[in-house]
Structures are given as C-alpha cells and as structure tokens.
Design a protein around this ligand. Structure first.
Ligand code: ACO
Length: 329
C-alpha cells in the first residue's frame, strides 16, 4: 500500500443555483424528449445561474461552505485555485475575484483550465505545493456557469449541461491519511471534440462569429463517449494495481458526472458494485469542473466517507484531459 502524502481534505462545500431546468422545459425549446434525455444521459434536471450572476458567485458560496466545514478563516489561505472553463472574464482570473470577495487577500490565486478534469488537476497541483511545504492551506474550487456558453438551439449539447460549484480545503497533516497519489493526462489531438471556437486569439470576437454562434460550446459526443469509458476504466484499474487492493476495497468512486451510461459501463467493466459509484447526474447534469467537487461534498455530508476509506476521484473532459486522485479519507 502506498504511503499517504499527508495532504488531506479539511472540509468540503458546494453550491447550486435555485433555478431548475427540467427535461420538460427543454422539450419546449428544442426537438427532444424527456425519455431521450433520461435514457441516453441519465439527466432529469439541471440548475441554471440567475441572470446577471457569474461563476465567481457560485464559487464564493461553495468556498464559504468549505471554509466553514474546515473551520479555517479566509485570511489563513495561502493558495486559491479555481478550475473553470467559464470564467467571469478572460482576465483577471476568477480566482482573484474570489480571493477578494472571500477576504483572503495576499494568498496566491490562479485559474486552471482542464475542463471537466479541472478540480482534480487543482487537487494535484495543490498537493505538490503542500507536500513540499511551499504552502500550508489551499482552497481548490471547481465552478462553472456553463449555461452562459450553451447553445439552446443545439439539441445535441444543450440537454447536457448545468451550473454549480464545489470546493475543498486542503491542509497538511501528520496523520497517516490523505492523498495517496494523483494522475494527470492529456491528449491534445482531441482538442476539437469539445471546444468554444471563438473569442480567443485564433478567432477573435466579431459580428460574424456571433452570427455563426461560435461563442457557444460545440461538442462531438459520440467520439468522447468511447474515450471516457476507456479512460475511466484505465484510471480505476491503475488505482487497484498501484494500491495492491481488490475492487471491493474501494469504498467510493466519485466520478465526473458525464453520462450515466459511461459510468455504468466503466463500473461494469471492473466489476464495481453500483452503490460504490456516486451518482447525482440526474439532478445536476454535467457541470464540468464543478461536477466532482459537488459530488464529493454531497457524499461527505451524507456520511458516505469514513476515516480510512479508499476514495477515488476520477474525471475526463475537454482538451482532451483526464485525472484521478486516490485518497485515504
Ligand atoms: N434529443 C433527441 N435526439 C437527439 C438529441 C436530443 N437531445 N441529441 C442528439 N439526438 C439524436 C441525434 O441527432 C442522432 O440522430 P440520428 O441517429 O438521426 O442522426 C441520435 O440522437 C443519436 O445521436 P448520438 O450523438 O449518437 O447519441 P449518443 O447516444 O452518442 O448520445 C451524448 C449523445 C449524450 C452526447 C453522448 O454521446 C455522450 O454523453 N457523450 C459524451 C459526453 C460528452 O461528450 N460530454 C461533453 C463533455 S463537455 C466538457 O468536457 C466540457
């Protein structure tokens, strides 16, 4: 068994906006059906940010809850990392806006762009800083206002996404628990599978880009489906091999909530019992970087995580990117 790094989760928090968009609401907007969405994705409803609100507003609420759970004051934070693909602005970073709002001025703060893998990439980066002693207390956030970049005329993508945020406070401990290891990966040859085509230096904003709806996310679902099943299975098998454990020794897998069929297929392939895979996609849809930390916080508050448990966070997304964090809770 690997030795823990001594970097542990002191508290978690999450926040989703009040407004619910159901599959029935979407039936009135595009040519789709509740039945298609439920059977093809597992999604029943998703949350939408209110008009005028932004990603940092969701991040702030989730962070407040995580800090409260960890009993840590914002001024004690050394580092804030926000994983997001829907920042308030291109710059300044959403992390800086969050830092100021929390009153954590002086800490390091940066955004991290790894799409749905963003939160776990953030946990990985912060774990390294903490393990080396270059910081003592870090706040990692995954926050998205995906609805502001969703094309509600495109039935192939608009049914998938929702808004929300999750956060965790990481600290160093002398106890034999915490992050055991993290894995990061990417394959840029799949960059166009999930993309926001315009608004960057490649295709700056113009009347034409707006007319062609190029400021909305475009996805190629079929291609990413196969990648996601294979990658998730690979990351879980890697954890079992590196920890020298049996599948039954895993207490809970907290996956990116991408599609119930992807999660079911990966669980089936490694013979993981259904109850060991945390699922909330039915209520929130795909919230990209927010998906894993929202699920982690819900599992934590529901008492699904006990000291000593082996917990695996796993995600894959645009980039293409993938990541896992294997934790002794
Ligand atoms: N309602 C009804 N019919 C639909 C809808 C809809 N909302 N969307 C697509 N269809 C139709 C298609 O037009 C197609 O019709 P056709 O056969 O006549 O051409 C048919 O349904 C099947 O389409 P597929 O794309 O093959 O459907 P699939 O079973 O692959 O499901 C989905 C699509 C849900 C997107 C799936 O591929 C998926 O979950 N992919 C991975 C998830 C993903 O890519 N998420 C984006 C990640 S985003 C990020 O990382 C930020």
């Amino acid at each position: 068994m690997l030795k823990p790094t001594g970097v542990t989760f002191a508290g978690t928090g999450s926040f989703v906006p009040e407004k619910i968009m159901s599959n029935q609401d979407l039936e009135k907007m595009v040519d789709t059906s509740d039945e298609w969405i439920r059977t093809r994705t597992g999604i029943k409803e998703r949350r939408l940010i209110s008009d005028g609100a932004a990603t940092s507003d969701l991040a702030y609420e989730a962070s407040r809850r995580a800090l409260e759970a960890a009993k840590i004051k914002p001024e004690d934070l050394d580092l804030i990392i926000v994983g997001t693909i829907t920042p308030d602005y291109f710059f300044p970073s959403t992390a800086c806006i969050l830092q100021n709002r929390l009153g954590a001025n002086g800490s390091g703060a940066f955004d991290l762009l790894a799409a749905c893998s963003g939160f776990i990439y953030g946990v990985s980066a912060a774990s390294e800083y903490l393990a080396r002693g270059s910081c003592k207390t870090a706040l990692i956030v995954g926050a998205e206002a995906l609805s502001t970049f969703t094309d509600y005329t495109d039935r192939g993508s608009c049914v998938l996404f929702g808004d929300g945020a999750g956060a965790a406070v990481l600290v160093k401990t002398d106890e034999p628990r915490g992050v055991l290891y993290t894995t990061l990966g990417a394959d840029g040859s799949g960059a166009e599978y999930m993309i926001l085509p315009a608004g960057g230096s490649r295709l700056p904003a113009s009347h034409q880009t707006v007319d062609r709806r190029l400021h909305y996310m475009k996805i190629r679902g079929r291609e990413t489906f196969k990648f996601a099943v294979t990658k998730m299975q690979d990351l879980l098998v890697e954890a079992i091999e590196r920890l020298e454990i049996a599948v039954n020794d895993i207490a809970l897998v907290i996956p990116h909530q991408v599609n119930i069929r992807i999660l079911d297929a990966a669980a089936k392939k490694i013979h993981l019992p259904k109850e060991k895979m945390y699922i909330n996609i039915d209520r929130y849809g795909n919230t990209s970087a927010a998906s894993v930390p929202i699920a982690l916080d819900e599992a934590n508050r529901e008492g699904r995580l006990s000291p000593g448990d082996i917990v695996i966070l796993v995600a894959f997304g645009g980039g293409l990117t993938w990541a896992s964090a294997v934790i002794r809770w």
